[in-house]
Ligand binder design. Structure first.
Ligand code: CAO
Length: 550
């Protein structure tokens, strides 16, 4: 019996990738093409199939290892029958073009129709024309599913922009625009099955030069295209209720093929599974924990839980003219997260007013210095600092419910999320260690984070890790509202518009500037008494900011 090492195949340019799943154990029998491990680069997940049949003698890597092309991953005792000494890399390269053999770097076919029978359609005219975009080499014969349309008809795209996302049982991959132009037609819808060479869209733009005739044409008469670009792990912006869990899951769960397979087998919607893996990837253990939790807490999960009556769809066009407006990714995430928070949480909102007359006088006195420093100081940085101190003094608000239903997680850091209204929807950047920062620094950070949020430039890490959120509608107006807690946080402070009101001081009414506050909390983690104490502390701190120093 020969012992063969199975090696990491051509990684398509990636130098080092992470092992994210080990799909076999020592002693397992594997067939040719059976998945051994799953690798992940910053762009894609990919299975490494066994190039030989046999029994696994040794697994040479573990989850979390970094490997490169040619690294040995498994030692295999190869079957006598199939055991001709096959070089694993060589064998792999048969099914995947090496860089030299790599076919024409374009998914574009010239003219309105695919030019069958021609090996070398060359277009050099720079004039705009209609081109078809085809599914590039998907690396196999099997049809793959269109799981996402990233563009719509009429969109202007740049070369390299993702047009659609395809998913096989081994990987997700983006099909990039081969050239800049306008999408004039989409030939597929989500859920369609497509194969290499199928037309997915038409683009009108400047023609790109097609492959030179000297390139090999691996498949029959058609030119073959560059393999589809792997899809980047989802980088989603967060919404008010969209903290790390949301960014990790939402409609775009980040998971390897084996985890997706497991989720399919168990009937689990991956988008609902809290992810604990690196880069917020859903792991097999996460799926198992989710199912376990669903059985133990039927109301919390899908398995056997009380179902929520569905609002029947209504054809509004029967009553008048309507438009269909596509929701942005953030809007969809927000909707899902609000729904999740609302269903899961017994929420209470408590109201109070803080006297900010002195705070405002002090804040205005900072104006000239602020201008010199290039920093605008609004009331919100004071609120961030006051909330951080109130949390320090009332640590119940710095908890989350443990996933096992047996513990609270008590956090020893104080990071505050601030809801920011942007054209794409609501996002919640996080000010870290707010209890340790002064007003200048908090003002500076808030301004920068809010600007990044509006520009859509927040990194996922900048929206993660909040302990508590502030939602300020002070500039917009209103006398009060009931914010929804951004689970798994347990509290959120709503801030409404400050106004001067007559306040009784014991002997007379005096004009004071009053700031309406609404504190929503998760009643599973916070008692009314806790909330009362928190609010009293907060109102006192805001009313006399000298207390922030104590
Ligand atoms: N009462 C009265 N005026 C207020 C105020 C309040 N509570 N809070 C802020 N203002 C004033 C500011 O002082 C500023 O006035 P000047 O320009 O005259 O100094 C003005 O309103 C505009 O403030 P701003 O919005 O530029 O900055 P901010 O620090 O107050 O708020 C931010 C920053 C990011 C919180 C805010 O821009 C924002 O996006 N708020 C929306 C949050 C939201 O939508 N929440 C709902 C989420 S759903 O739960």
């Amino acid at each position: 019996m020969a012992i063969e090492k199975i090696l990491v195949p051509d990684l398509g340019g990636a130098e080092s990738v992470d092992v994210i799943e080990i799909a076999v154990a020592e002693g397992d029998r594997v067939e040719q093409e059976q998945s051994l491990v799953v690798l992940e680069s910053d762009k894609a997940t990919m299975d490494v199939p066994s190039t030989l049949a046999g029994v696994v003698k040794k697994v040479l890597v573990k989850e979390g290892d970094s490997v490169g092309e040619g690294s040995a991953i498994v030692e295999l005792e190869v079957d006598e029958s199939t055991g001709e000494k096959a070089d694993a890399v060589e064998s792999e390269s048969k099914s995947k073009p090496t860089k030299k053999e790599q076919p024409a770097p374009t998914g574009v076919k010239q003219g309105p129709e695919k030019q069958k029978g021609k090996k070398s359609p060359v277009a050099t005219t720079p004039e705009p024309q209609l081109q078809s975009i085809e599914v590039p080499d998907t690396g196999g014969d099997q049809a793959v599913e269109v799981i996402e349309l990233s563009v719509k008809v009429g969109d202007q795209v740049q070369e390299g922009d993702a047009l659609v996302v395809l998913e096989s049982d081994k990987a997700t991959m983006e099909v990039p625009a081969p050239a800049a132009g306008e999408i004039t037609e989409l030939k597929v819808v989500e859920g369609d099955k497509v194969s290499t060479g199928d037309v997915i869209a038409m683009i009108s733009g400047v023609a790109t030069q097609a492959a030179p005739p000297s390139k090999p044409a691996p498949s029959s008469t058609d030119e073959k295209q560059e393999p589809a670009q792997p899809k980047k792990p989802a980088q989603t912006e967060s919404a008010p209720a969209a903290s790390e869990a949301a960014a990790a899951t939402g409609g775009e769960a980040h998971a390897g093929p084996a985890v997706r397979q497991l989720a399919r087998e168990l009937g689990v919607d991956l988008s609902k599974v809290p992810a604990t893996g690196p880069r917020q990837r859903v792991l097999k253990d996460d799926v198992h924990a989710y199912v376990k939790n669903a059985f133990q807490n039927p109301q919390a999960g899908t398995a056997g839980g009380a179902s929520i009556p569905v609002v029947p769809p209504v054809d509004f066009s029967k009553f008048g003219e309507i438009d269909q407006i596509k929701m942005s990714k953030i809007q969809k995430l927000t909707a899902a997260n609000m729904q999740r928070a609302w269903i899961n949480m017994p929420l209470v909102t408590q109201f109070d007013d803080a006297d900010i007359t002195d705070l405002e006088a002090f804040r205005k006195s900072l104006k000239a210095e602020g201008e010199k420093r290039g920093v605008k100081v609004t009331p919100v940085p004071f609120l961030i600092r006051a909330v951080a101190t109130a949390i320090e003094q009332n640590p119940e608000f710095n908890r989350s419910l443990g996933a096992d239903g047996e513990h609270f997680v008590q956090k020893k850091y104080i990071h505050i999320g601030v809801a920011v209204d942007t054209p794409r929807g609501l996002v919640v950047p996080v000010v870290r260690d707010a209890d340790k920062k002064g007003i200048w620094q908090l003002s500076q950070e808030l301004t920068e984070l809010a600007q990044k949020a509006r520009d859509g430039k927040l990194a996922p890490a900048e929206m993660q890790g909040a302990c508590f959120t502030i939602s300020s509608l002070g500039a917009a107006g209103g006398t009060g509202f009931t914010p929804i807690v951004n689970t798994p946080e347990v509290g959120i402070l709503g801030v409404s518009r400050a106004e001067i009101r007559p306040v009784w001081n014991g002997s007379e009414f005096v004009p004071r500037q009053m700031l309406p506050l609404s504190l929503s909390y998760d009643h599973r983690a916070i008692n009314g008494g806790d909330a009362g104490r928190f609010m009293t502390t907060l109102v006192a701190l805001i009313g006399d900011i000298r207390r922030l120093l104590m």
